[in-house]
Design a protein around this ligand. Structure first.
Ligand code: ASP
Length: 324
C-alpha cells in the first residue's frame, strides 16, 4: 500500500528524473471525504452522454456506473459515425469496435475489434468484473459477450456508413481525418460523491483503418487511465500517436507531479508534436480531471472541445486550447 510518505518521496524523485518544467506546477494534496461530483467527456456528443451520467451521479451513484451509462448513450446513437455500430467501417467494410473502462480501485477491462455488439463498453466492464483478464479481442470477445446475454446485431453497416464506405472505395485513399464532424471517440471521466474517479472510452476507431487495426481507445494507459489518488485522463484523435507516448498515463503522471489538468494535457500534446511521423494534418486531444474536480483539455490543433457537467456548470461545451 502507498503511504503518504512513499507517495511524496516518489513524487519528488520522478519529478527530478523526468526534468519536468516545474515553473507553473504546484504541489497538490488529495483530501479524502466527500467531493462534489463532476462528469466530463470529449466532443459535442458528450452533452447527451453527460446528461445520462449525471443522473447516476446526482443520485449519489458510483462513478463507474456513471461512465458506463454515459457513453452507452453515444453507442446507442446509430447516426454517430465514430462510436458504436453506426461507425464508419474499416477498408473491408467491417465495423469493428474498441472500448475500455477503469474504476477507482485500478480494476480495468477492455474489448478490441468487436463486431455486431451494440455496447462494447458494457462488454469491457463485464471482462473487468467477471474474468481474470483485462483484454478480450475479436471472435473471443464476441463469444464472451453472447455467452453473457448480449445480442448479436445482424446488420453490417447502417445505410449512411454503407454509403460513405462505397464512396470511399472509389478512391480508396486512406488519410486520418482531424476533428471528424466533431464527434470522434467518446472518452468520459467522472468523480462521484464519495470522491472516487472512473473513466470510460469507446469508439469505432479511425474510419477506413486496415482490417484488424486497434487504436488507443481500448488500451489502458493510452486512451484512458485513472489513478484514484491523482485523477483521470482520456484521449481522442489519431490513436497511433497516443499509444506511442502512453498518452493518458502520461497525463495522470504529470498531474501527480503537480501540474494542473490542462498543463498535464499540454505536456502530453507537446510530446506528440515531436513524433517522427507526419502529424501535421492529424488531431489529438486529451481531457483530464484531478482529485479536486479541476479539469482541463488540450489538443494539437483547433477544433477539440469537451462537455462538462457539475453542480456549478450546467453541461456546457468548452473549447480546448491547442498547440498550432
Ligand atoms: N482514437 C481513436 C482511434 O485511434 C479515434 C478517434 O478518436 O478519432 O481509433
Amino acid at each position: 500500500m502507498t503511504t503518504r510518505r512513499t507517495f511524496l518521496k516518489w513524487t519528488a524523485l520522478s519529478a527530478a528524473l523526468l526534468s519536468v518544467k516545474k515553473s507553473s506546477a504546484r504541489k497538490i494534496s488529495f483530501p479524502a471525504g466527500e467531493t462534489k461530483p463532476i462528469v466530463i467527456s470529449t466532443w459535442r456528443h458528450g452533452i447527451e452522454a453527460n446528461a445520462d451520467a449525471w443522473k447516476v451521479l446526482a443520485e449519489g451513484g458510483r462513478a463507474l456506473d456513471a461512465v458506463e451509462k454515459g457513453v452507452m448513450n453515444t453507442e446507442n446513437d446509430l447516426r454517430n459515425q465514430s462510436v458504436g455500430l453506426g461507425g464508419i467501417p474499416d477498408r473491408d467494410g467491417h465495423v469493428t469496435l474498441d472500448a475500455c473502462i477503469m474504476d477507482e480501485k485500478g480494476n480495468c477491462g477492455s474489448v478490441c475489434f468487436l463486431e455486431h455488439i451494440k455496447h462494447p463498453i458494457s462488454v469491457a466492464r463485464l471482462i473487468m468484473e467477471k474474468t481474470p483478464h483485462v483484454i478480450l479481442v475479436g471472435e473471443g470477445a464476441q463469444k464472451f459477450a453472447l455467452d453473457n446475454g448480449f445480442t448479436l446485431e445482424k446488420f453490417d453497416r447502417t445505410p449512411e456508413s454503407d454509403k460513405a464506405w462505397k464512396e470511399w472505395l472509389k478512391k480508396s485513399e486512406y488519410k486520418p481525418v482531424a476533428n471528424f464532424e466533431n464527434h470522434d471517440t467518446i472518452g468520459m471521466l467522472a468523480i462521484d460523491k464519495a470522491g472516487n474517479i472512473s473513466g470510460s472510452c469507446t469508439t469505432s476507431g479511425m474510419g477506413y483503418k486496415m482490417h484488424g487495426r486497434v487504436g488507443d481507445s481500448p488500451i489502458i494507459g493510452a486512451g484512458l487511465f485513472v489513478d484514484n489518488e491523482v485523477g483521470g485522463a482520456c484521449a481522442t484523435g489519431t490513436g497511433e500517436e497516443v499509444i506511442r507516448i502512453c498518452g493518458s498515463h502520461t497525463v495522470v503522471e504529470m498531474m501527480r507531479a503537480g501540474h494542473s489538468p490542462e498543463e498535464a494535457c499540454k505536456i502530453a500534446v507537446e510530446r506528440i508534436s515531436k513524433s517522427p511521423k507526419n502529424i501535421k494534418e492529424m488531431q489529438i486531444g486529451f481531457l483530464a480531471v484531478n482529485k479536486h474536480g479541476e479539469f482541463g483539455g488540450y489538443a494539437l490543433q483547433k477544433g477539440f472541445n469537451y462537455a462538462v457537467q457539475s453542480q456549478e456548470i450546467d453541461n456546457q461545451l468548452q473549447d480546448a486550447k491547442y498547440l498550432w
